[in-house]
Design a protein around this ligand. Structure first.
Ligand code: ADP
Length: 488
């Protein structure tokens, strides 16, 4: 720690820089598609660049897959499904999945640094949350692979076939793990596409899968934009679509597969309520609010982006929240002290700034944490809005950034009504000292996941998914496995 200022009143301290080294990372300048166990050039010959949003520097070029490449990948996945993977002893399948998990652990430092470089998320989060959780998903589902008859007793369990999977940019490696691990454990083969702004850890995962010796075609990893995703969705020989992303694209996908017989799970947007009752432990709740909305720059589909505080404690909660916001360190995501990293892309920063302007124009009162914004890169300070109405645009629409709206309530019935008054239904948080209040609220809130006296806690054993426009189907736990099997 370095001494910053020495006034008569107090000594203020500042953290010295503590950047994670990148010297052990060797990114290639160009990445190809991983199809049928080989790295192959895209048939169009086109590549696109992936940038570091914290510095705006180019990291690498990645292949742009078109319909032909998607067809190649689906054919490889079908062949691997029919000839190898669905016929293999389940205990052998488990070994491969365990092997992926172990190699991921061995390369965890590299994965964490590349995730931070490509996505802009802090190294603390990629190192301590994303990568370990991603490994745990493979470990967890490896354990189920040869126990499917116990997972679904008295049923005949069969895989679905070829799974087409499309993932977003907020948790790139973790989302790949959520998708690939249960699909493989249940005996399916996979064609997966990471988001265009964050393809790099998925491509390292392709190397890991290759090193684990998976039979060619069992996992195919292809990169591209929305049209590549659409080609996966529309391919005739895909049996299941698993998508995580925006509600707008989720709706397009649902229309596209209607009547085709393809199975689907859709994990879409959210506008989750975080509810602070007057008997809540205030300091803990403030940490929960911070974690709920500022974790991963608010790029979290289940972010606690609508705060509801019981009227009696609103002044103290907002005061403490502002004070805590001023201590948050924004800046270089590779620095181990950083709390708030970079916004994932220029486009997303523009979306967030658009909503901040709407909030101000609609008459809400804004407060932003006192942060120094770096000159290069895409950053947004932690932002809260008070004086908002249930009808305010920033209360109704998902922002996907570090922006919180704060409303008050008097009674439990009132907060249930307000919390449920949203097109979404992904998650919610409740902070109170009383178990009975927790049970009352958890039964009445229309949300797939409800945390009590905590927020944003994830575990591979625990199902995750939404209601209403937040999508359908569950990932994680046995529910996540059931999304990849036919039960007879
Ligand atoms: P966001 O708004 O968070 O960027 P998107 O829903 O646009 O989320 O993107 C999530 C994923 O969906 C990305 O991998 C993206 O390339 C892909 N995608 C975008 N449009 C389509 C589409 N029409 N069909 C299939 N996938 C798509």
């Amino acid at each position: 720690m370095a001494k910053k200022k020495n006034t008569q009143a107090a000594v203020e301290w500042d953290y010295s820089p503590s950047p994670e080294s990148t010297s052990h990372i060797e990114l290639k300048s160009k990445y190809d598609l991983y199809i049928d166990g080989k790295f192959v050039k895209p048939s169009s010959g086109k590549y696109f660049a992936s940038y570091n949003p914290a510095t705006e520097e180019k990291l690498a070029d990645v292949a742009y897959a078109n319909e032909k490449d998607v067809d190649k990948a689906v054919k490889a996945a079908r062949k691997a499904y029919t000839n190898v993977w669905s016929k293999m002893e389940a205990s052998e399948r488990a070994k491969y999945i365990f092997r992926i998990a172990r190699i991921m652990q061995e390369r965890s430092r590299e994965l964490a640094v590349v995730e931070t470089l490509d996505a802009g998320k802090t190294i603390r989060e990629s190192r301590d949350v994303d990568v370990p959780l991603a490994c745990n998903h493979f470990f967890y589902y490896a354990g189920w692979a040869d126990k499917l008859d116990y997972a679904f007793p008295n049923r005949k369990v069969e895989p679905l076939g070829v799974a087409g999977q499309i993932i977003p940019w907020n948790f790139p490696l973790l989302m790949a793990a959520w998708k690939i691990a249960p699909a493989l454990a249940a005996g399916n083969t996979v064609v997966i596409k990471p988001a265009e702004t964050t393809p790099l850890t998925a491509l390292i995962l392709a190397e890991i899968i290759h090193e684990a010796g998976l039979p060619p075609g069992v996992v195919n990893i292809i990169t591209g934009y929305g049209d590549t995703g659409a080609a996966i969705v529309n391919h005739d020989d895909v049996d299941k679509i698993a998508f995580t992303g925006s509600t707008a694209v989720g709706k397009i996908i649902q229309k596209a597969i209607a009547g085709t017989g393809k199975k689907a799970t859709l994990e879409l947007g959210g506008k989750s309520a975080n509810i602070i009752m007057d008997d809540a432990p205030i300091d803990q709740a403030v940490e929960g609010i911070i974690n709920g909305i500022f974790f991963n720059q608010g790029h979290v589909c289940c972010a606690g982006s609508r705060l509801f505080v019981q009227e009696a404690v609103v002044d103290i909660v907002v005061k403490k929240l502002k004070r805590r916001m001023d201590t948050l360190i924004l800046g270089d995501p590779l620095d181990k002290n950083t709390d708030i990293g970079a916004i994932n892309s220029k486009e997303q920063l523009a979306v967030i700034n658009k909503y901040i302007k709407i909030g101000i124009d609609e008459g809400a009162e804004m407060y932003q944490g006192k942060c120094v914004i770096p000159e290069k890169g895409y950053y947004c300070p932690p932002t809260i809005f008070t004086d908002v109405a249930q009808s305010s645009t920033i209360v109704q629409e998902e922002i996907f950034g570090p922006v919180l709206t704060i409303q008050t309530f008097r009674t439990v019935d009132e907060v249930i009504q307000k919390a449920n008054n949203t097109p979404y239904g992904l998650a919610a948080g409740v902070w109170t000292d009383k178990g009975s209040r927790i049970f009352n609220l958890t039964t009445k809130l229309r949300a797939g996941v409800i945390w009590a006296n905590t927020y944003n806690k994830f575990d591979p054993t625990s199902p995750f998914g939404g209601y209403k426009e937040s999508g359908f189907g569950r990932e994680g736990g046995l529910h996540g496995l059931s999304a990849y099997v036919k039960l007879k």
